[in-house]
Each structure stands twice: as C-alpha cells, then as structure tokens.
Design a protein around this ligand. Structure first.
Ligand code: NDP
Length: 336
C-alpha cells in the first residue's frame, strides 16, 4: 500500500516536508477482517488540528502515523460475513491506498442511490454539519437573514441552501468573483460578498439592511470582525469552524484583546454563541439522510465537488484548502 504519514508537526502553515509518502506491504487479513481498496479520500480543515499535539476534542496523529481521514473504499477481500468483495463502504481509513478493517466502523453505500463521493460531502460529514448546526443552534426562521462564509465550500454551500429551504434570506461570503458568482447562480444565495474586496465590511452591511439573525461561523478573522457589529438582538451564532486561525500559533492570534467588546455585545444583544462538533448530534443522522436525499432529488440542495487525482497530490491539495484554493468539497481520487 502507498500511504502518507505525518513526518513532522507544522509551525504555522503546513509545508510539504511535514508529510512523507511511504510504501508498505499489506499483511494478510485475519478472521472477521476485510481488506479495503481506498477509492476516495476526503480532505477536511480539521486535519490541520490533528497535525498539532495540542489537546483538542480528538486525538492528534502520531509522528510517523498515517494521516487521518474519511474514505470511500471497495471491499477486495473479506473474512467477515457482513461484507463481500465488490461492496462499497464508507470508512475512516486515512491517507492510504489499502487498509484493513474489522468491519465495525464501516457503513455500506448503495452506488445506485447516489454517486459514492457524496458520502464524503453533501450526504456525509460536511452536509450533516450544516444540517446539525442549523437545526440545533442557528434555527433560521422565515424572513430572517442568515450569513455564512466559505459559501462555495462543502459546509457553507449546504448551510445557505438549507437555510433558504427554511425560508431565510441568505447572504454568502466567499473569496473571489468566481466563487461568489457560482454561489448566487447555482446555490441560489440572495447575495454573495467577496471577503477579499477592499470595501468588504461596508458591502456586507449594505447586503444586510435588516441586520443578521443567524451567523454560521466557519472562518473567524476579518470575516467575524465585519459580521459582529451587524448581529441583531437575539441573534444565534453556531460556531462551526475558524479556518482563518488554524495555521496560527495561539500566542500570536491573541494579539489585540477583543474580549471586552465581544462580551459586551453578547450581553447587550442577548446573543447565543455556541460551538459544536457535528458528532454531538449523531442521533439526528437518519433524519438528515432522509431529508437531504429528498432535497437533492427536488433540486433544492446542490453540491460541488473539487476532485484531485492521486494520493501523492493530497498534501498540496490539503495545504491549498487552508488558503481557499479548493472550489467545492475537496476529495482525492486514489483509485477508480
Ligand atoms: P470548504 O470546502 O469551505 O473549504 C475551506 C474554505 O475556507 C476555502 O475554500 C476558503 O473559501 C475558506 N478559507 C480558507 N482560509 C480562509 C481564510 N484565511 N479566511 C477566510 N476564508 C478562508 O471547507 P469545509 O466546508 O469542509 O469547512 C468549512 C468550515 O467548517 C471549516 O472551518 C471547518 O473546520 C468547519 N467544520 C466544522 C465541523 C464541526 O463539526 N464543527 C465539521 C466540518 C467542518 P473562500 O475562498 O471562499 O474564502
């Protein structure tokens, strides 16, 4: 098998030298095990956190350990009665071309029901993140204004479209004209603002004449700074991700102390700011699969995938994800 391991921990932005490509012979499978050929690997921002050894909600990848990640795989050998060669499964096998599983964490996919890559995106972790954050925290109501950044991306595109299904007016934020045009044309957002434009904050304000009732936080940084003054009384902020800060060393990011301003705003405007990790809402996944499949069939929930070929290209694609170089759910095709 070919695999990519964590060679060293990054300081700030990850670089190519933090990763190492290795060849390894796969051992024979034992009783109850299956051999998986990995077809697709999902690349996600959370992987940046796994490269650090700081304490977090999930364990770090060990040095010389295989980089972690969600995968879609084909069963190519089985000594487990529940799986047969040819089955397509969702697994968490990481950045490698073959893996052995005891079957316990595998979910069988039906290739006739939906393209199998969707199990990593719109019908998988990122689609569910959008759904869970909206249903449990954001709770957009008809006529309210919802703002979401990384609006052309995996989570953001689903957030905006689901919020529109709930009747909200949706303002997206994305980097560059191409992503902005796409999000308004294909995802039907009511307005999309380019966060790289020099007058970003005033354009956002103009696009939200009634303020902001729900801000789905994916980014932090200068996007948060522009949004915060526009939050209405009783606004809800699901804090889903802070990608603008993932490459920062904590001591640097603390710089100017905004805490008093933010806390005063939370108090005076009765804001609800609530972080979440999608796994917390795991019992809502069956509802999500049912509703999302229906919305997709009705043409109300669209998605865009950004597929990169070759496991060896995963590090570069991942580094690009942290700088907005991806355009849609980022997936690596490892085999056909
Ligand atoms: P995306 O497909 O949205 O890709 C990431 C996007 O983030 C980039 O394309 C870029 O979009 C934007 N971005 C990157 N760096 C910056 C920056 N410095 N400033 C502003 N924008 C930036 O990724 P996902 O949809 O997978 O993830 C979106 C967010 O959701 C992330 O923060 C992620 O960590 C979080 N998440 C949280 C989960 C949870 O359970 N809490 C689960 C899954 C994801 P653009 O070019 O438009 O700026």
């Amino acid at each position: 098998t070919t695999r990519i391991v964590l060679a060293s921990r990054p300081t700030g932005k990850p670089v190519a030298a933090n990763f190492r490509l290795e060849q390894e012979t796969v051992r024979d499978i034992g009783e109850g095990e299956v051999l998986l050929q990995i077809l697709y690997l999902s690349l996600d921002p959370y992987m940046r956190g796994r490269m650090d050894d700081a304490k977090s909600y999930a364990k770090s990848v060990e040095i010389d350990g295989v980089m972690e990640g969600g995968t879609v795989a084909r069963v190519v050998g089985s000594r487990n009665a529940a799986f047969k060669p040819g089955d397509i499964v969702l697994s968490h096998s990481g950045w490698q071309s073959y893996a052995i599983s005891d079957g316990s964490a595998l979910r069988k996919l039906d290739p006739d029901a939906a393209p199998i890559t969707t199990a990593l995106g719109i019908l998988g972790m990122t689609g569910f993140t959008a759904y869970a954050g909206l249903r449990n925290i954001g709770k957009p109501k008809a006529g309210e204004t919802l703002v979401v950044a990384a609006a052309s991306g995996a989570v953001g595109s689903a957030v905006g479209q689901i919020a529109r299904i709930f009747g909200a007016r949706v303002v997206g934020i994305a980097g560059g004209a191409e992503k902005c045009d796409y999000a308004s044309r294909e995802f039907g957002f009511d307005a999309v603002i380019d966060h790289r434009s020099s007058d970003f904050a005033s354009r956002l304000e103009a696009a939200c004449p009634n303020g902001i009732d729900v801000y789905f936080e994916n980014v932090g940084g200068h996007v948060w700074n522009a949004v915060f003054p526009l939050l209405n009384d009783f606004a809800r902020v699901p804090v889903c991700g802070l990608i603008a800060h993932y490459n920062e060393e904590p001591s640097i990011s603390e710089g100017h102390n905004q805490l008093p301003t933010v806390m005063r705003g939370i108090l005076r405007r009765s804001l609800t700011i609530r972080g979440f990790i999608q796994r917390e809402f795991v019992d809502q996944r069956p509802d999500f699969y049912r509703e999302a499949a229906q919305w997709i069939a009705e043409g109300r929930l669209k998605y865009r995938e950004d597929i990169v070929d070759g496991l060896e290209n995963a590090p570069e694609a991942f580094m690009g994800l942290l700088e907005g170089k991806n355009f849609g759910k980022l997936i690596v095709r490892i085999a056909q």
